[in-house]
Every structure is written in structure tokens, then in C-alpha cells.
Write a protein that binds this ligand. Structure first.
Ligand code: HEM
Length: 403
């Protein structure tokens, strides 16, 4: 038998919203760097310890170039869906990545995100107003968790509000596991065509948004606009920010409704909300596919030699459940003093650009929701819920609530 047949198949599926897959805690204690099989049948290394995951994510000898032939494949059609000629921030390495990141980082500064507070508050209040108008029980995912991040990212990037529905649909499709390679390619083309026309429209008629500012900046620096590059950036921001944030909101609300002591602790003082938000981001770590990396040189990590050309999965979910860093890691504890040390936003050069936005948004969502609807409760038993467990972004399909 070949190694590829015997190895555990990645991605691993969660059997319960609150517990990690068995392989993670087994691996952390017995064999923290272990072999797994990716969806294309090729082997890769799975890293489950906090220290090792952080080391890989912060080591430039591990590449993020998803178009590379040896790059670990975690979803069918991953490579076919990539246009080899275009470069995304998340797919870049080294100096190219640093320059692309520098061009947009000011859009996500604490100051710029803080300035969005009135808009975030208004968006959250409008979603809650709509929730309160619905017949009970109402689905919190559709009413709040999905539309709030969609509207906020749309506003930031410069996508028209009326396109929210289209983007929610596109982003939910992009993280589905069951798309064929052809569907993934078609989907990528559809999104691409939409964004190309948006960038072109903004070149003629700029607004007060990220895309328009990037257009002005590029014209000033290079005398021309990289339409394809800006279109890729816009797609990345819309997709990266949607499902991840929506699922963290939905799972966060679920966890608070099922852990009333934690909810009481969080709502006892608005100053406690930021720490509670960090803990929910740690506890759920919704990204289930790694992130993966490709070794470009031989590197020793945690006593294991990873050879050039081998793939690794730096598993941030397993790392965030590492008892060496987080005491009682399987317990949701909104008072956890070091919750902010989590790796749910990644680490090192590719650390999530949207982290400030997510933190601010989640604080406003949780604070406002439980202040405005103190009697909010689940309308079904937890075992009646259906979870999105496809190994990409973890989440809950619907969250029926009443009040
Ligand atoms: C709970 C919500 C979110 C989570 C858990 C999350 C998680 C992550 C993780 C783990 C990475 C690192 C990927 C890697 O190392 O390969 C990442 C990167 C990124 N995220 Fe997020 N993200 C969230 C929301 C957002 C939002 C709201 C935005 C923007 C609107 C965003 C934009 C990005 C971008 C642009 C990158 C790539 C950065 C780079 O490659 O330099 N994310 N995110």
C-alpha cells in the first residue's frame, strides 16, 4: 500500500460545534507534526501545536503561491479556479506581497475602522430592526449574521448596496466544498466580470471608497490603473470578509445563548465585550482549511525536517486549542485574559488585514443585539441545527431565535 492511501484525509470535519476533531488533540499530544492526505491524493504535513503553526506562518521559506504545482490542494478545482496570470495578495510571497499589502494597509488602520463606527452601528441597528419585524421564530443568520458583514465590506470596497444579495450568493458559493472544477472556474469568471466592470465604472466616476482611492493612488504613482489587479483585490476582500465574519457572528450568538453564565458575564459591563469577542474568535476559529503553505527550502520545524516541495497545513484551529498556551482550551471563557493571543487571523506577513474591522464589528453586533433584545433565545434544540461542515469555513446553516 502506498502512503497516500493510508493517511488521514484532510480537511477534517467537526462533529460538534464546540469540540475539535479528535485527530487534532490526538496529534497535538502524540505526534504534533503528522502526515495527512490532501484532496488530490498527495501527502502533506499537518501541524497542530501553537508554537509550530506560528513558526511556519511567520517563516518566509514557506510559500503562499497557490498556483505553484506542488501547493497543497484543500478543495476540488482549487488550481483550475485560479487564473495563473493574476496575482492575489493571499497568493503572493516576499517583496511582491509586502508591496501589495503596503498599498492597502491604511484602509484597515484602527483609525479608519474607528471612523466607520456610526456606519457600523447604523447597519447593525437596521438589521436588528428587520429581525424584530419578522414573525417568530426568525433566522438570525439571514437577518443579521449574513447581511451585516456583506453591507460593511461592500461599503468599504465600494460595491453598491443593491448588489449585496449577489455578493452574499457569490461568497456562499465560493466556500462550498461540493463545486466541481468546471463550476469553480465558471464561478471565478462570473465574479471577475462583475468586478472588472465595477473598477472600470469607478475610473470614470470615483467615489469615497477603497477602490476609488486605489485608482487615484495608482494613477499618481504609475500613471495608469491595473484594472485586473484591483478587480482581484476587490474579489478577495468581499470573499475573505463575508463568510468568516458571518459565521463567527452566528456561532458566537449560539455559544452565548447556550452558555447563559458567559452571556451574563459579557453583558454585565460593556467593557467586557472586547475580550468576549476575542474568545469567541479563538473558540470557533472558523477557517477549517489550514491555512496551507509550501516549503521552498528544507526547514526544520519542531524537530521534523520538512523538505523543499512538501506541503504543510498550519492548522490554526488546532493551535487555538493548545493547552500549552490556553488553559482549559476546550472551554468557552469570555474572561480568558490571553484570548487575544489566538491565531484565528493567522500570523506573520499574511495575518488577516480585516482583523480590526472584524473586532469592531463583532463588538457592536454582540453589544447591540443583547442590549436591544435581552430576552433573545434559541427557538430549537441545539441538536436540531444543521452545521456547515465542509472543511472550508465552519458555520451554522440557520439559527432560529425567538424573544
Ligand atoms: C472572523 C472573520 C475573519 C477571519 C477568522 C479571518 C481569517 C483570516 C486568516 C486566517 C487569514 C490568513 C490566511 C493565510 O495566512 O494564508 C486571513 C487573511 C486575510 N483576510 Fe481575513 N479573516 C476574517 C475577516 C476578514 C475581513 C472582514 C476582511 C476584509 C474585509 C479580511 C481580509 C483578509 C485579507 C485581505 C487577507 C490576506 C492578507 C494577506 O495575504 O496579506 N478578513 N484572514
Amino acid at each position: 500500500m502506498t502512503e497516500a492511501i493510508e493517511l488521514p484525509q484532510f480537511p477534517f470535519h467537526r462533529t460538534c460545534p464546540f469540540s475539535e476533531p479528535d485527530i487534532y488533540h490526538r496529534s497535538r499530544s502524540e505526534s504534533p507534526i503528522t502526515r495527512i492526505r490532501m484532496v488530490d491524493g498527495r501527502p502533506a504535513w499537518l501541524l497542530t501545536r501553537y508554537e509550530d503553526v506560528r513558526a511556519v506562518l511567520n517563516d518566509r521559506r514557506f510559500s503562499s503561491d497557490k498556483a505553484a504545482s506542488d501547493y497543497p490542494v484543500f478543495v476540488v478545482g482549487q488550481k483550475e479556479g485560479l487564473d495563473k496570470s493574476e496575482r492575489f495578495l493571499v497568493n503572493m510571497d516576499g517583496a511582491e506581497h509586502a508591496a501589495a499589502r503596503r498599498a492597502v494597509i491604511s484602509e484597515f488602520s484602527t483609525r479608519r475602522i474607528a471612523a466607520l463606527t456610526p456606519h457600523i452601528q447604523l447597519t447593525v441597528d437596521e438589521a436588528i430592526d428587520k429581525l424584530l419585524e419578522l414573525p417568530r421564530p426568525a433566522d438570525l443568520v439571514r437577518a443579521v449574521a449574513m447581511p451585516v458583514p456583506a453591507r460593511l465590506t461592500a461599503r468599504l470596497v465600494g460595491v453598491d448596496h443593491t448588489d449585496d444579495g449577489l455578493f452574499q450568493d457569490l461568497t456562499s458559493r465560493s466556500v462550498r466544498h461540493d463545486l466541481s472544477a468546471e463550476e469553480r472556474v465558471r464561478f471565478a469568471e462570473e465574479v471577475r466580470a462583475y468586478m472588472d466592470s465595477l473598477v472600470t465604472a469607478k475610473m470614470a466616476c470615483p467615489g469615497d471608497d477603497l477602490l476609488s482611492r486605489q485608482i487615484t493612488q495608482q494613477r499618481a504613482e504609475h500613471g495608469e490603473v491595473d484594472v485586473a489587479g484591483l478587480s482581484s483585490l476587490a474579489v478577495l476582500l468581499m470573499i475573505a470578509g463575508q463568510e468568516t465574519t458571518a459565521e463567527t457572528i452566528a456561532l458566537g450568538v449560539l455559544s452565548l445563548l447556550t452558555h447563559p453564565d458567559q452571556l451574563a458575564e459579557m453583558t454585565s459591563d460593556p467593557d467586557k465585550v472586547p475580550l468576549a469577542v476575542e474568545e469567541m474568535i479563538r473558540y470557533f476559529t472558523v477557517l477549517d482549511f489550514g491555512p496551507p503553505r509550501l516549503a521552498t527550502e528544507d526547514v526544520e520545524i519542531g524537530g521534523v525536517l520538512i523538505r523543499a516541495g512538501e506541503g504543510v497545513v498550519a492548522n490554526i484551529y488546532a493551535a487555538n486549542r493548545d493547552g500549552a498556551v490556553f488553559s482549559a482550551p476546550q472551554t468557552l471563557d469570555v474572561r480568558r485574559a490571553n484570548a487575544r493571543q489566538h491565531l484565528a487571523f493567522g500570523y506573520g506577513p499574511h495575518q488577516c488585514l480585516g482583523a480590526n474591522l472584524v473586532r469592531h464589528e463583532l463588538r457592536i453586533v454582540f453589544e447591540t443585539l443583547f442590549r436591544r433584545i435581552p430576552t433573545l433565545r434559541l427557538a430549537v434544540r441545539i441538536d436540531e441545527l444543521t452545521f456547515k461542515n465542509e472543511g472550508l469555513i465552519y458555520g451554522v446553516q440557520e439559527l432560529p431565535v425567538t424573544w
